[in-house]
Every structure is written in C-alpha cells, then in structure tokens.
Write a protein that binds this ligand. Structure first.
Ligand code: HEC
Ligand code: HEC
Length: 318
C-alpha cells in the first residue's frame, strides 16, 4: 500500500533559529494530506449540527485563537477553557492546557466529541465524508484509503503542522534583518534579564513546554494537569503558553480572565496568590507605567502579520 503520495513536502517556513519539526512515523507530511486537513479544518461537517468548524474557535486573523474568553461550541454551549493559538503547534510535545496528551492526532477527537464543542462522533464524520465524492477522492489520494478516523485525525494534524509563525519583527531582529527600537529593546531586557519571564517563556517558541503554576488563584476551578493524572503535585499546573502573536490572542490565561496585556503584567507585578504549587520564580516586583509600556512594545514584536494573512492557511475555495 502506498503510504506517501508523491507530490512532495509542503513548503514550510522554518528559519535557521527554529528546530526541525518531528513528524510521527505514521503521518509523514505531503501536500495532499495538508490540503485534505485544511478542508476539514474549515468544514462544519465535523459537528453534529453542521454549525461549528475548528475555525469557529481558531481564527486565522487572530493567530488561530479567538476573542472570547470561552468560545461557544454547538448550540452556543460553553466549555471552561480559553481557545489557544495554533501557531507552531506542531512543535508542542504535549497539547492542551493539561500538558499531558502527546500528539495532535489524538487531540482531534477531543473537540469532535466534547459536548460543549462539536458534540459528534468521528465515525459519523467519516460517513458524511464518504457520501461526498470530493472527500473520497482526496482521502484516497492522500492516504490511499476511504475516509475514516485514521484519515481525519492524520490529515487535520498534517495541516496543523504547517501553521508555522516565524515572520514576526522579533524573528527579523534575530536574523539581523530589522532593528528593535529603544522601547522594544528596553522591554526585551526586562523580559529576559530583570524579570526572568524567559525562565518559563523562553526558547524559539517563548515557552519551555513545561507545566507550571503562576499563582492566578489560591484555589483553581480547573485543576489543570491533575484533571488527567489525579496527582496532587499536578494540581492547578498548566502548560506554559507560547507568547508568539500574544497581542492578537486576548483574553489571556486558561480561563481568559485578563482582557489586556497590562492586566497580565499587573498580575505578575503582584507576585500572584498563595498556592502550594506556585513556581518559586513568580515573585512580586514593581514596574513604572513606562516600563510596562516597554514590555508591551516588546511583546508586540512577536506579532506575525504574514502568518495571519498567509493564503495557504486560509479557508480553501472548495
Ligand atoms: C468550541 C471551540 C473550539 C472548537 C470548535 C475547537 N477548539 Fe481547539 N481548542 C479550544 C479550547 C478551549 C482549547 C483548550 C482546551 C484545553 O486545553 O483543554 C483548544 C485547544 C486546541 C489545541 C491544543 C493547542 C495547544 O497548544 O495545546 C489544538 C491543537 C486544537 N485545539 C485544535 C483544534 C482542532 C483541530 C479543532 C477541530 C477538529 C478544534 N480545535 C476545534 C476550542 C475549540
Ligand atoms: C513560572 C513560569 C512563568 C513565568 C516566570 C512567567 N510566566 Fe507567563 N505564564 C505561565 C503560565 C503557566 C501561564 C498560563 C497560566 C494559566 O493559564 O493558568 C502563563 C501565561 C502568560 C500569559 C498569557 C498567555 C495566553 O496565551 O493566555 C502572558 C501574556 C504571560 N504569561 C506573560 C508573562 C510575562 C510578561 C512574564 C514575566 C513578567 C511571565 N509571563 C512570567 C508561566 C510563567
């Protein structure tokens, strides 16, 4: 059985300061797989009532996040977490705030089945696809088989792995193509040196991919990683989010509690609430308003306009 169709790898914008991306052995990428995944990502047939697609909550113009604190799913039902960006999601060693699920392929089942998201069943999605000759042809071309759970989970993941954001002003600065202005430079120094934000939000993707507690509350309504592991040491621990495109992805934190970046900074300035699992790195500090502005100017250099307008990631014509 041919597993890889032969029209080549999709062109990815992976610059030298990014690591290579690992693909699972059973889902090497090619353009047919990405095209099928892109079509599915934008298609409401994934939801029971044909009303919600992945893109309903992950919007390209917002770096594949959303402006709602909690994005409504089918029949306007609400879950309990904020939709994160999908920029560079193919690099994440784990997905979801729990920091537990290892692959994008497995994650696809979550929104399809969740009562407050698509409230559907992947077998039923394959039946709908099988009734559509375009999907049958695309599925055969990409994976040499009829539409089924294997094809759906792998194709959408192949598309997600192409969502690379590497054209922010800060990337251009790292490549010596652009200079940061004085305010952005002061903000950068606060971020990396004085405030040590980079202890958690470090590396090429502004996260070390660890799970941490940054002291939002003394008691969390959402127990984070403990939800899956049942371990007390994981209580209220969540995956450190990337800060790429952060100016586009308000509101902030797992529950979308902060509307602005300034609100986020005020949280960190306070040192957060008392919590047994709070990271020792989170300590109170004082910033002047001018310093807050500098740090926000720096965070805005992580916005990637090319990423949010790239036609390869937008809704396909058919
Ligand atoms: C109703 C809104 C909604 C829909 C529809 C939705 N998502 Fe999400 N997505 C979320 C929320 C909320 C989270 C965070 C959930 C969590 O961490 O438990 C999330 C998390 C994710 C993540 C994890 C990102 C990371 O860095 O950890 C991926 C990947 C993802 N969604 C992809 C998809 C795909 C693919 C679809 C369509 C099959 C989809 N989502 C449909 C709201 C939605
Ligand atoms: C100890 C690790 C740690 C340090 C240090 C840290 N953060 Fe965070 N940060 C987190 C975690 C964990 C979250 C997610 C918390 C949640 O949603 O419950 C987060 C969330 C954020 C968010 C919201 C992201 C989003 O998509 O919603 C921003 C913005 C942010 N941090 C900026 C900063 C800045 C600026 C600093 C330095 C002043 C900093 N962080 C220091 C761990 C850290």
């Amino acid at each position: 059985m041919a597993c890889i169709a032969d029209n080549g790898d999709p062109k990815l914008d992976i610059p030298p300061h990014f690591p290579a991306m690992n693909y699972p052995e059973n889902n090497q990428s090619n353009q047919d797989r990405v095209d099928l995944g892109r079509k599915l990502f934008y298609d409401p047939i994934l939801s029971r009532n044909n009303d919600i697609s992945c893109a309903s909550c992950h919007k390209q113009s917002l770096a594949f996040a959303d402006t709602a604190a909690i994005s409504p799913g089918t029949e306007r039902r609400l879950g309990n977490r904020n939709a994160p960006t999908l920029a560079n999601v193919g690099y994440n060693p784990t997905v979801l705030f729990d920091g537990f699920l290892e692959t994008l392929e497995k994650q696809i089942l979550v929104p399809i089945q969740e009562h407050a998201e698509m409230d559907f069943n992947i077998v039923e999605v394959s039946k709908r696809m099988k009734a559509d000759p375009i999907y049958v042809a695309m599925s055969k071309k990409a994976y040499d088989r009829e539409p089924d759970a294997f094809v759906i989970t792998r194709a959408i993941s192949a598309f997600e792995r192409t969502l690379i954001s590497s054209h922010s002003k800060y990337d251009a600065f790292l490549q010596g193509k652009k200079k940061l202005n004085a305010a952005e430079t002061r903000g950068k120094n606060l971020f990396f040196d004085r405030l040590q934000c980079s202890q958690c939000h470090g590396g090429f993707n502004f996260t070390d991919f660890s799970v941490r507690n940054n002291g939002l509350f003394p008691i969390y309504a959402d127990s984070g990683r403990m939800r899956v592991t049942q371990l007390e040491t994981d209580r209220d621990m969540v995956k450190v989010p990337t800060l790429r495109n952060i100016a586009l992805t308000a509101p902030y934190m797992h529950d979308g509690r902060f509307k602005t970046l300034r609100d986020v900074l005020h949280h960190y300035e306070s040192g957060g609430g008392k919590h047994p699992n709070k990271s020792a790195v989170i300590q109170p500090f004082t910033l002047t308003e001018a310093e807050e502005n500098d740090l926000i100017f720096f965070l805005k250099t992580l916005t990637d306009k090319q990423f949010i307008t790239d036609k390869r990631f937008s809704k396909p014509k058919k």
